[in-house]
Every structure is written in C-alpha cells, then in structure tokens.
Design a protein around this ligand. Structure first.
Ligand code: HEM
Length: 128
C-alpha cells in the first residue's frame, strides 16, 4: 500500500515539476509579448501543487515517515509547502500588478522560485 502510494507520489511529483517549469516558460514568453493576463493556467498550476502536498501528507501519515531521515521527514515537506505558498503569492501578486506584462512577470518570478523549491525538495528526497 505505502509502496504504491509512494510510486504515484513520485511520478506525480516529477509531473508537477514539469508543469511548474512549463508555467515559468509560458509566463516569461507572455510577459515579453505583453499578452493580456489570464489567471487560468497559473491557478491550475497552484492547484496541482496543493493537491500534490495533500497527497504527500496522506503518504506521510500512512507510511509513518516521521521516523525517516530528517531530509525526508522534515526538509522535503517544508520545501514543498513553501512551493505551494509561492504559488499562492504568484497569483495574488499577478492579480494586483499594474498591467499585463507586470502580471506575467509576477508569475514568472514566483513560479520560478517555486520551481527552485520543488527541485530542491525532490533533490533532498532522492538523496535519502
Ligand atoms: C509540491 C509538492 C510535492 C512534490 C512535487 C513532491 C515530490 C516528490 C518526489 C518526486 C518524490 C520522490 C523522490 C525520489 O525518490 O526521487 C517524493 C517523495 C516523497 N514525498 Fe513528496 N512531494 C511533494 C510534497 C510532499 C509533502 C508535503 C510530503 C509530506 C508531508 C511528502 C512526502 C514524501 C515522502 C514521504 C516521500 C518518500 C516516498 C518513498 O518512500 O519513496 N511530499 N516527493
């Protein structure tokens, strides 16, 4: 059961990373072309990040990972919760930004930071 959940979490985790990377590229190109800001895709990315954290919490509880190595038991979850927070900041800042390019720039910046957190989180989990 735990192994199956862990497999699903791993592959969805890699997919989440690719999605956040896609969002950074998407927002960067739209900022440069000053395309009208729409929050659909950035919000989907934020939702996927949040769902993956919920999945992680379920896996953590079912598998009793609090006894695992600290990198997995504490550092991985903290980095990933941080990534979700950055996703929320991204859409909030984009909504309040003055102009379309500024909105896409906010998404580029904060999804870029979320991408770094997700990459670091995957790195520490796979180092264990
Ligand atoms: C954006 C959120 C998250 C992403 C993208 C993510 C991604 C991943 C990935 C890719 C792995 C496999 C690493 C590897 O072995 O190469 C992993 C492992 C793991 N994650 Fe997450 N994770 C997220 C959030 C969380 C949270 C919030 C928790 C716990 C509260 C958690 C608990 C775990 C655990 C326990 C494992 C080890 C599973 C095993 O035994 O292989 N994850 N995660």
């Amino acid at each position: 059961m735990t192994a199956m959940l862990a497999d699903g979490h791993r592959w969805l985790g890699y997919l989440t990373f690719v999605l956040v990377l896609g969002s950074v590229v998407f927002a960067f190109t739209r900022a440069r072309a000053a395309v009208a800001y729409e929050d659909g895709f950035p919000r989907i990315v934020g939702l996927v990040l949040a769902l993956q954290v919920v999945y992680g919490l379920v896996l953590y509880g079912v598998g009793g990972y609090w006894d695992a190595a600290p990198l997995l038991a504490y550092v991985h979850p903290v980095l990933m919760v941080g990534a979700v927070g950055l996703g929320g900041v991204a859409t909030a800042r984009a909504r309040d930004a003055a102009g379309d390019a500024a909105s896409w720039q906010a998404i580029t910046r904060f999804h870029g930071l979320a991408l770094v957190a997700v990459l670091a989180g995957i790195g520490v989990a796979s180092a264990v």
